[in-house]
Write a protein that binds this ligand. Sequence first.
Ligand code: UD1
Ligand code: MG
Length: 447
Amino acid sequence: MSGRTCLTIVLAAGEGTRMRSSWPKVLHEVAGRSLLGHVLTAAANTSIAVVVGPAHDDVSADARVYAPQAQIFVQAERRGTAHAVLSAKAAIKQGADDILVIFGDTPLIRPQTLETLRAALGDGAAVAVLGFRPADPTGYGRLVTVGNELMAIVEHADATEKERAIPLCNGGLMAFDGKVALQILERIGNDNRKGEFYLTDAVKIARDMKRKAVALEVTEDEVSGINTKAQLAATEAIMQQRLRQAALEAGVTLVAPETVHLAADTKLGKDVTIEPYVVFGPGVTVDDGATIRSFSHLAGAHVGPNAIVGPYARLRPGAKLEESVHIGNFVEVKEATIEAGAKANHLSYIGDARVGAGANIGAGTITCNYDGAAKHRTDIGKGAFIGSNSALVAPVKIGDGAYVGSGSVITNDVPADALAIGRGRQTVKEGWAKRLRELKSLGKKMG
Ligand code: UD1
Ligand code: MG
């Protein structure tokens, strides 16, 4: 973008009462990322100022996750959108060429749209506004235009019948020429129905200053703000649609796209196949050629090239599968590296562990990583064979190439290439069962 600098002011001081939640509205999530996180990501190539309400430390903390350099400003009292923007006056004074104002609850905004809004400033507008045509315009500010020029924005509460009939509404996102932004903002008053300082008054003020204001029309999706849980769910559906489309375009095979739930940061390589009904939480990367089979749940995990996961597998944060690893049905992996070619195909828990290359983990193997107070590690050497239904009580080490007999409880380290059997010896009583049946048929009991 033409070398112009940009400050984005994100308004996130709202309470979000209509969410009926004890969480601040902008911390609710879509595709595993907070609403605020989406907005901050869209504005990632600009300087950022976030305006939060009083006692919203968690909102500030979330802002720092997605925009570590963001300046945070507190709006002590909610006195309107222009008042909120002026809470970030110190940032505006730093003199960026473009000033963008966006709302923290509009997660579908795209970076390209912000660029288009800024381009209008480059073309000489002092104020640029995003307009859209909602099915029901009630509540929105109406854009009063003459030709391509924007004359004013009239808030619904203050609009005349004639103005309310205007279908083009204010999406809420605005861009200001940095040279005049402060001058305009400081002239905004609160002489209106709600007694609030309306950011939208900036348009008329710019025109009074003989400066140009323009409106750019976008689809409703882009600017729709979330106020309720129903809107949150509807936005999730749109976001999922976008993410699936992007995955398909990047060469991922989604057998039944509508059943796959992605996170905003899911990274899927080439020739990856995702079978129906797979859920991705945040922080997952899947390398080229891997297959994620049905009903698997992954979060904070890395799947190496050509690995196979599932069906019914669960990869939790810190699961790292190297090349060609197989993780099968009802296997849970957490905070564990599974090295190349290792297999855990059935019914296992592998947590706080390393499984060496080519090792085989038998059905029902459990790493007992938790002693009720602390977590301990299990280290399984390369090529080791863990017999079915074994409990590896951590901290414990199984050497390279070692065997563990089925049904073992392993509490001590096993040397490389050794066999360890950690269970009682089998006893056999010849004829015992037959005698039991005979006594029963005579109505007697075993002595
Ligand atoms: C605003 C616009 C309206 C537009 C609509 C689009 C104004 C005056 N009106 O109305 O033209 O059609 O958005 O959705 O701008 N906020 C603060 N501090 C405040 C007030 C608001 O941080 O003192 C934040 C809110 O948390 C929210 C955003 O600013 O994220 C917009 O405020 P809201 O009250 O939703 O404005 P609307 O009445 O919807
Ligand atoms: Mg609103």
